[in-house]
Design a protein around this ligand. Structure first.
Ligand code: SIN
Length: 486
C-alpha cells in the first residue's frame, strides 16, 4: 500500500458484493497517481460470476430494504454522512492520489458528496403519495410511490465520490438497492465509500461496488432484467450507447452527459467578479467537469480589459501535485487527457486562434497541461464545439445580447451556462432564453445538494439532487378503490 491513511481499512482493493470483499478473477486493475505516474494499487477485477452474484445480491437485498421504514433508512444515510465527514481527510487523500485534483478540492468534494447522504436521508421521510378526487362517490383514487428496484450506476473519474453519492443516496433513500461501477481510473474512492456504508449499517447487498472493464460490466448491467434502472454520468457518446443497450429491457435511465457551458460577460458586469467566476468555473478540477466553462463570450466593448485580467489571474495559478500545500491546479487524469486537450488547442491555433497564455504541456510531468487562455475563437473552431475537459479558456467576443444568446445556444449540449450582468431585466431575459438545464447568474459555481442538477438536449435527461432527485428512483402506483358506497 502506498497511501498513508489514518484508517488503513479504507484502502480496499477488491469489489464489494453482497457484503463481502470479493475476488473472483485473477485479473488486476492498476490504479495510477497522475501526479507521479506511480502505480498506487492493484485492484482485483470482477468477472461474469461476480457480476451475476452482485445483481442477485442487490435484488434479494432490495426486497427486504424496501420494507425498512423510511425513518430507519434515513438514520442509516445519516450515519453514512457522519462517517464520511469523520473520514473526510482520508477520503480526500485517496481521491487526490488516484485522481489528481488538489487536496482542498478533494476535501470539498467529500463534503459535497456526504451532503447528498444527509439531504436524501431527510427526503426519504417525504416520499408522499396523493389522494386524488375520484370520478364517482363510491370510488377513491390513491397514488403511492414505490422504489423502482435494483439500480445500476456507472460513475465517472472526475468526481470519484460525489457522483456516486448523488446516485446512491437517493436510491437507498427510496428503498432501492444499487450496483455501482466506478471508473477504472478511480475505484479506490468508491471502495472506501462502500466500507463506510457497511459501517453505517447499510445491509449486505443493498450497496455493491463492482470494479472491472466497462466492456464486461456494462453489458451485464444493461442486459439484466433484474436491473430496473440505469443512472450514468459520463460522455454523451457512451450515454447514447447505454440508452440503446437499455432499450431491450426497457429500463428507466438517467443520463448526466457532456456539456459545453457558455460563460457570458456583458459590459454592465462587475468585471473583477466575472474574472473570479470564470477562474473558478473554468479551472475547477483542472477543467475536468461537465459544468466547467467551455466558452467565454465577452462583449466587444470590454473584451480587452477582461482578457488582460483573466490572463493575469490565470497566470497566478500554482500547478503541481495536488497533495502539496498551496497547489491550485493538479494534473489531468492521464496522458490521453493531455493529448486530447492539446489537439483541441492546436486545431484552434491552426484555424486562427491566438494563445494569450499557456498553450502547451507542462514540464511538471506527462499528465500536466498549462492553464491556457485562447482569444479570437469563432463558432466554427473545434474548441468552441467540443467539450474541452481541460484547463483551456477560449474567448469569443460578441456585439449585443441577441448575438450572445445565439452563440451560447449554438451547440448540441445544454447542461450548465453562466452569465454576468447587473441589469435585472437582462437577468430574467437571458436566464429564460438560455437553452440549458442550469444557469448561474453572477456565479461560477452552481452545484449543491439542494438544487436540481441536469441538462437538456445532448446533455442528457433526469435531475440529480434537490427534492426532484429522488423521483428518478420511484415509481408512481395508482390504486383505484371501488365499491365504497355499498
Ligand atoms: C460533473 O462534472 O459531472 C459534475 C460536476 C458537479 O457536480 O458540479
Amino acid at each position: 500500500m502506498t497511501i498513508d491513511l489514518s484508517d488503513s481499512d479504507l484502502f480496499k482493493t477488491s469489489s464489494y458484493v453482497g457484503g463481502q470483499w470479493m475476488r473472483d478473477s485473477s485479473r488486476q486493475l492498476a490504479v495510477m497517481n497522475p501526479a507521479t505516474g506511480e502505480v498506487i494499487a492493484e485492484v482485483a477485477t470482477i468477472g461474469a460470476a461476480g457480476m451475476l452474484a452482485a445483481i442477485t445480491a442487490a435484488h434479494d437485498a432490495m426486497l427486504a430494504w424496501r420494507e425498512v421504514p423510511a425513518k430507519v433508512r434515513a438514520q442509516v444515510l445519516r450515519r453514512w454522512f457522519d462517517l464520511m465527514m469523520a473520514h473526510q481527510e482520508d477520503l480526500a487523500i485517496i481521491m487526490t492520489t488516484e485522481q489528481g485534483k488538489t487536496l482542498a478540492e478533494s476535501r470539498g468534494e467529500v463534503a459535497y458528496g456526504a451532503a447528498f447522504m444527509e439531504w436524501f436521508g431527510e427526503q426519504a421521510k417525504r416520499i408522499d403519495g396523493d389522494v386524488i378526487p375520484a370520478p364517482s362517490s363510491d370510488k377513491r383514487v390513491v397514488c403511492i410511490k414505490q422504489p423502482v428496484g435494483v439500480v445500476a450506476a456507472i460513475t465517472p473519474w472526475n468526481f470519484p465520490n460525489a457522483m456516486i453519492a448523488r446516485k446512491a443516496a437517493p436510491a437507498l433513500a427510496a428503498g432501492c438497492s444499487i450496483v455501482i461501477k466506478p471508473a477504472s481510473e478511480t475505484p479506490l474512492s468508491a471502495l472506501a465509500m462502500a466500507e463506510l456504508a457497511e459501517r453505517a449499517g447499510v445491509p449486505a447487498g443493498v450497496l455493491n461496488v463492482v470494479v472491472g472493464a466497462s466492456s464486461e460490466i456494462g453489458p451485464a448491467l444493461t442486459d439484466s432484467p433484474l436491473v430496473r434502472k440505469l443512472t450514468f454520468t459520463g460522455s454523451t457518446d457512451v450515454g447514447r450507447r447505454l440508452e440503446q443497450a437499455c432499450a431491450a429491457t426497457l429500463k428507466r435511465t438517467s443520463m448526466e452527459l457532456g456539456g459545453n457551458a457558455p460563460f457570458i460577460v456583458f459590459d454592465d458586469a462587475d468585471i473583477d467578479a466575472a474574472v473570479q467566476g470564470a477562474l473558478i468555473s473554468k479551472y475547477r478540477n483542472s477543467g475536468q467537469t461537465c459544468v466547467c466553462t467551455n466558452r467565454i463570450l465577452v462583449q466587444a466593448t470590454i473584451h480587452d480589459v477582461f482578457v488582460d485580467k483573466l490572463v493575469a489571474a490565470t497566470a497566478e495559478l500554482k500547478m503541481g501535485n495536488g497533495l502539496d500545500e498551496g497547489v491550485q491546479q493538479g494534473p489531468l487524469v492521464n496522458k490521453k487527457a493531455v493529448e486530447d486537450v492539446d489537439r483541441l488547442v492546436r486545431l484552434s491555433t491552426e484555424a486562427g486562434a491566438r494563445v494569450a497564455l499557456g498553450g502547451a504541456h507542462s514540464d511538471l510531468g506527462p499528465c500536466y497541461y498549462q492553464p491556457t487562455v485562447l482569444t479570437g475563437i469563432t463558432s466554427e473552431m473545434a474548441v468552441f464545439r467540443n467539450e474541452i475537459f481541460g484547463p483551456v479558456a477560449p474567448v469569443t467576443s460578441f456585439a449585443d445580447e441577441a448575438e450572445a444568446i445565439a452563440l451560447a445556444n449554438d451547440t448540441e449540449f445544454g447542461l450548465a451556462s453562466y452569465f454576468y450582468t447587473r441589469d435585472i431585466g437582462r437577468v430574467w431575459r437571458v436566464s429564460e432564453a438560455l437553452d440549458y438545464g442550469m444557469v448561474g447568474v453572477n456565479e461560477g459555481i452552481i452545484s449543491n445538494e439542494m438544487a436540481p442538477f441536469g441538462g437538456v438536449k445532448a446533455s442528457g435527461s433526469g435531475r440529480e439532487g434537490s427534492k426532484y432527485g429522488i423521483d428518478d428512483y420511484l415509481e408512481i402506483k395508482y390504486i383505484l378503490m371501488g365499491g365504497l358506497d355499498r
